[in-house]
Design a protein around this ligand. Sequence first.
Ligand code: GTP
Ligand code: MG
Length: 195
Amino acid sequence: MKFKEIELEQVAGFKSQWPSEDLVELAFVGRSNVGKSSFINSFLGRKNLAKTSSKPGKTRTINFYRINNNFRLVDLPGYGYAKVSKKEKAKWDKLINEYLYERDNLREVFLLVDIRHEPTAQDKQMYDWIIESGFTGFVIATKFDKIKKGQIQKHINQIKKKLNIEDEGLIFAYSSETKHNKDVLEEQVDVIINY
Ligand code: GTP
Ligand code: MG
């Protein structure tokens, strides 16, 4: 699939700012700093489209990227960032949950986890919700370039075990640096939006 037209269609801090539900949407969720925004940039082949940071808590709004006038990729704030106030945390959680629960054109939710670390209780909670809500349960294990080749299976097993995943085919190791598995994910996205 060629990403010909890519547009940051909307930056939404409130529900009233969401675009209309006319296009299929794929959302990317996960802890702060796992690489959601970096994934969107590398997947779309645009370096600085989504703003990223080495510090957690960069994305604070829901950002809708409109692709080929055909579908949207949706970048959400992260959860689980310890160093923000309770009030701020509650605000982000509300943004995320409101979108996930209320968006009728949401076709698929991808959970992103850092391949190096065991998924957290919050990741498990999110993954359970994804499955219970009828989504497939795709996991993107980011920062693949940061582990040694010999350690891959160990890390994949850790993710499988913690999230209670039987089908390893649901887990895609990914690197925003090398774009490892970009082709496979592109095919997957193609299937999802044409379903
Ligand atoms: P929030 O917006 O805070 O929720 O974070 P995020 O999940 O959007 O993470 P972001 O894309 O901002 O990336 C966080 C940091 O991880 C940045 O310093 C990125 O450069 C780095 N990063 C993301 N993906 C990769 C990857 O695949 N490999 C490497 N080496 N670094 C990555
Ligand atoms: Mg982000």
